[in-house]
Design a protein around this ligand. Sequence first.
Ligand code: PHE
Length: 346
Amino acid sequence: MRERLEQLRAEGLEALSRADSEDELREIEVRFLGRNGALTHLLKDLGGLSPEERPEMGKLANEVKAEIAASLESLRLNLKEQAYSLEISGSGFDGSLPGPSGPRGGVHPLTQVLWDLEDLASRMGFAVVDGPEVETEENNFDALNISVDHPARESHDTIWVKGDSQSGGGLCLRTHTSCVQVRALKEHGAPLRVVAPGRVFRQETQDATHDHTFHQMEGLVVDRGVGVPHMLHAMEALLAGLFGRPLETRLRPGYFPFVEPGFELDARCPFCDEGCRICSRTGWIELMPGGLVHPKVLDACGVDSNVFSGYAFGLGLSRVAMLRYGIDDIRWMFSGDLRFLEQFRL
Ligand code: PHE
């Protein structure tokens, strides 16, 4: 047995030393190590050996097998390396050609809108700030002059994390980015010029234009002598920058407890001529609420409302994305549906 094994080892290594192609290596592998190979056949005879001989021969057989296998592996590697150096040195090889490319990703429409807004606002002199998504009742409501009995505080509108509108001192998922007005004013005082983009949450029954989670960008300017014309100009400049042209807009009165006077800036609905489900059959889409910061808000944030005034506006990022890309249902945004996402490949 020992002799036959040693002979196999010698034969195997000798065959390998002469092999110079992958095909030959495969042939040797099958011949010696394969299921019908010489070594496998020999191993079957192990059973016939005496109990004293068996372990020793088993060990030797394994050694021979491992040695042939290792030699095979290293020869394979050598062959691959040779082929590769041949390829890169041979004629007709152009190292400057691009390699095969993988599938390309894209930027989610909301992210694109967010990046563009941050870019535009920075160029208009706004600093970009943010705040936490879990917010105190004080910052989300009280400091913004939203009274305890205001329906927006009810649990059918607000997702409470701790307490509720009746208990006071609670925590909620912020329902808007307006609470960052409070944070920024308390932290930096006036004069101030910031935008605050971020994720906000409402208790919603979802439909084509509402989601429980969405994104807003707050704008806030507080300085001496700030008025409605400043606000309008900033709003229109932002929108024109976002859409690459001035939008057809209209300004109407709107009520928000933290601004006085308050407005709604609407944009002409791009989906229809005279009314569809996206614009609630009005032909206009509410795009940017805003107004002059209520003196009570300034005072609550430690800014003297006799000296300073300001404007604030909000902008719904998904609304902007819908208008910009012609998306007709807000629920596509977080659907994770590749048919939607692939349309935004770079
Ligand atoms: N926070 C308001 C909302 O979410 C929008 C708003 C922002 C209104 C700033 C006025 C000024 O509906």
